[in-house]
Design a protein around this ligand. Sequence first.
Ligand SMILES: Cc1cc2nc3c(=O)[nH]c(=O)nc-3n(C[C@H](O)[C@H](O)[C@H](O)COP(=O)(O)O)c2cc1C
Length: 353
Amino acid sequence: MNTIGTLFRFTDFGESHGPAIGGVIDGMPPGIDIDFDAINVELQRRRPGQSFVTTQRKEADEVEWLSGIFEGKTLGTPVAFIIRNTNARSEDYSNMADSYRPNHADYTYDAKYGIRDWRGGGRSSARETAARVVAGALARQVLAAKGIEIMAWTSRIGKISTDIVPASRDEVEASIVRCPDLGNSARMEKAIADARAERDSLGGIVSCVITGVPTGLGEPVFGKLQSMLASAMMSINAAKGFEYGDGFAASTMRGSRSIDPFVAEDGKIKTTSNHSGGIQGGISNGADINFNVAFKPIATMARPLPTVNRKGENIELTVTGRHDICVVPRAVPVVEAMAAIVILDALMLSGKM
Ligand SMILES: Cc1cc2nc3c(=O)[nH]c(=O)nc-3n(C[C@H](O)[C@H](O)[C@H](O)COP(=O)(O)O)c2cc1C
């Protein structure tokens, strides 16, 4: 199950400390002029070592294109690419070969497969999300030509949150934690620095808005647009919650406060509010689509943690190596990438391409 999508299909492969990670995309329309710089910008936003709030592992994250692109344009044939792993320090993880890091995938991979590549977390590492970012950046270029834009940002880190919705990508990128509220952004940076000093970690929320979506995307009943988005978002490492529109808060509201009244304006049907996050009955209604993804605190901390080894003995495990304190700033481009992959597939399925 390493493929997502029906008509725009992305297959993701690779382990964290193997020779490379990469992807194959089927369904990329032919004749698209690829903006390679834009793809690199997205990879740089996900890259480790970009600022003091992220892990200091340094990866060049250069894409090698193997198929599907000729003279800068897509051919309509499978687009295949790899990104080599150049900065793997497998020795940092040697004590993980025989023990299970709590809240990681070491135990469940072993229980399921009876074998695992323990170096850097192997296949369970978020290293593979770089391939998602490349596929998402390609999908995004097709969507932009159709007037569909995707923007995500950090709306919570630990206990610090903001309701500010950014007006542009520049407002998000002005802060190293990718929070458009500069006052709270500084507090988030401090919270990450404090957690690091206390050898602890933090979780948070990535919010996302998709604009320019036509009505009619989503295939009820098992391909509802919110189901596709939820499935894609919940496949991101460390994602623990998904809500769209008012989400869980809607359960505490009265109906009179949560409906989105329709109005006819210039011959078009619109809603005067957007509590339902742009999706009704699993189908886009033409309003902005908005959703939140909650991420857990990083499970790896620079302190001994109680766990069990492969022999079934109770032990204390201290994992060395270079780790994030909070995934949220680096998860922002991954959320956007997964949204682009889902929306392009939904657009193709709806026949509106
Ligand atoms: C962009 C990104 C970076 C991550 N970096 C780390 C990290 O440095 N250290 C770590 O322990 N977990 C990190 N994670 C989370 C782990 O990959 C994840 O918690 C682990 O594989 C277990 O999967 P689960 O949390 O989905 O159950 C990261 C996740 C993302 C999305």
